[in-house]
Ligand binder design. Structure first.
Ligand code: ATP
Length: 513
């Protein structure tokens, strides 16, 4: 089996080769941690966004959407705490001159300990075969328990030190664990410092009148400042939610791992306004609801896990991540945060405007509490794409590269292929494309042997190939080939739309959510 690094390299090169993701400004050698989406990438990205939006806004009676501007009044970021507290702890290696996030260095160290646990589990599973009980093994095996204790201890200490802003202890921890620069192996570290992640810019044409602004580092604040506008004009009753998707910007210290950590990225966030005191139950409810949404895509239950936060952000009283198994291990995909009344109360204070809800049942006004779900669209893209990319060994000793995207998300739902470029077959195929394109994206391909065209569509992730052949001329049927099973069936032209629609309809996928 190829190692993690090789798999990840394949993901990146496949994304480029098939028009999914390009390095930004590539002809100028690119811009670090900024990426462009190509002709297939934009379709997949739009489909993920729609899958989220429909589940959030369309299927919940009490959630509505907005689209706030990226620029916001600068006091927003004072009130939200981002000016003072949106920092990451950075550390430099004196020998390699490389810069790292101190917390990430420690977390990577912990991931290595966790990998040892996985190894023990794999060994035991092999030894015990069918009789293997994973849960029991994890809770009784002394070696595993030792690793677990060590990992938890390190994370706890890191969380505590970061919370207290005890940066000296973060450095001490890095030294005690003997963490070396991954590039040079050197353990010669500077002190740990805080670094603010917001990008500054200016509004206005003259130097004197220009106003200092920030590019928003999260979309959430656009929702908070519009909370009363939406509540009043929509006559919303608590509990209710406001959803938004849009760009966010962070000057990340180390931008690695492709589109996992970008400097310009997109978020899909929902703020749920609730009665103070009910945050625990809504926190649990949204954790469960969001996990169900992820599982509905059928990307494997084992690829997800919850991770409860030790260190809470400046605004939260409880927080958990939904982590996904990326090619480089389990990492945060989505955050679920109980934000209390931190944001609204601060905006009240800084704006001197009341941001309260009159509760007719309680007959009083209060600042609502907020439960947030926040997922990175690009990160979700990476989860879907990397999980889908597979090399399959076929019976005839060849391999095929196939992108097993959930059909509901695939850029093209079908490709129509005339078997040969003559005998009137292209005309029929083209007519099918013209009919089907009113319902979903369809591609047309007549170049090369049909087997090669199948492989091309497999690699780009198209769930169905429809082949028009000589039999079509006789009985108006075509071959429908399924991407994942490679099975083919004969279907009447008139029924093709129905077959595909059933497989790709959002309704079919979201039914269980
Ligand atoms: P991390 O710990 O990875 O830096 P975070 O905890 O700062 O992430 P949040 O502020 O909770 O992230 O943001 C919510 C979501 O936005 C994350 O779960 C992630 O999916 C996405 N996200 C955050 N930063 C980035 C980034 N630099 N590039 C791409 N997606 C991001």
């Amino acid at each position: 089996m190829a190692n993690q690094e090789d798999i990840f390299k394949k993901v990146i090169s496949h994304a480029k080769e098939y028009g999914y993701i390009f390095q930004s400004s590539e002809i100028y050698d690119g811009l670090s941690a900024v990426y462009d989406y190509g002709q297939n990438g934009i379709e997949l990205k739009n489909n993920i966004r729609e899958y989220w939006w429909r589940a959030m806004v369309q299927l919940n009676d009490n959630i509505v959407g907005i689209d706030a501007a990226i620029f916001m009044h600068p006091t927003t970021w004072k009130a939200s705490g981002h000016v003072d507290a949106f920092n990451d702890p950075l550390i430099d290696n004196k020998d390699s001159k490389k810069r790292y996030r101190a917390d990430v260095l420690v977390e990577d160290h912990v991931a290595k300990i966790e990998a040892k646990i996985d190894k023990e589990v794999a060994k035991a599973a092999k030894r015990f075969g069918d009789a293997f009980n994973r849960q029991e093994f994890l809770s009784t095996n002394t070696r595993v328990l030792g690793y677990r204790q060590k990992a938890d201890g390190i994370l706890k200490r890191l969380g505590k030190s970061l919370e207290k802003e005890d940066l000296a202890d973060v450095k001490a921890l890095i030294e005690e664990l003997g963490i070396a620069c991954p590039l040079s192996g050197s353990k010669n570290w500077t002190d740990v410092k805080q670094f603010n992640l917001m990008f500054g810019t200016k509004l206005g044409s003259t130097a004197e009148s220009a106003m200092d602004l920030y590019l928003r580092p999260e979309t959430a604040q656009g929702i908070f400042v519009n909370f009363l506008n939406v509540q009043k004009t929509g006559r919303m009753k608590i509990p209710f939610g406001i959803a938004q998707t849009g760009k966010a910007f962070r000057n990340e210290i180390v931008a690695r791992q492709f589109i996992f950590r970008m400097r310009e990225f997109e978020q899909m966030e929902m703020q749920y306004f609730i009665k103070p005191g009910t945050q625990k139950e809504w926190y649990e409810a949204w954790k469960e609801k969001r996990m169900k949404w992820h599982l509905s895509l059928g990307m494997g239950e084992d690829n997800y896990r919850f991770h409860d936060h030790e260190k809470l952000a400046h605004y939260a009283d409880a927080a958990a991540d939904i982590e996904f198994k990326f090619p480089f291990g389990f990492k945060e995909l989505e955050g679920i945060h109980s934000r209390t009344d931190f944001d609204l109360a601060n905006h009240e204070k800084y704006s001197s405007k009341k941001l309260q809800y009159f509760d007719p049942e309680e007959n009083k006004s209060y600042v609502p509490y907020v439960l947030e779900t926040s997922i990175g669209l690009d990160r979700m893209f990476l989860a879907v794409f990397s999980n889908a990319l597979q090399e399959e060994q076929l019976a005839n000793n060849t391999t095929r590269t196939v992108l097993k995207l959930p059909a509901v998300l695939a850029p093209n739902k079908a490709a129509v292929l005339p078997l040969v470029k003559k005998d009137g077959l292209p005309k029929i195929a083209q007519k099918m494309v013209d009919d089907l394109k009113w319902h979903f994206n369809v591609a047309y391909d007549e170049k090369d042997a049909v087997g090669r065209r199948y492989r091309r569509q497999d690699a780009v992730g198209t769930p169905f190939c429809i082949t028009v052949d000589h039999q079509t001329l006789e009985d108006e049927t075509v071959t429908v080939r399924h991407r994942d099973s490679m099975q083919q069936e004969r279907v009447a032209i008139a029924e093709v739309k129905g077959v595909i629609e059933k497989a790709v309809a959002i309704k079919e996928w979201l039914k269980g959510v």
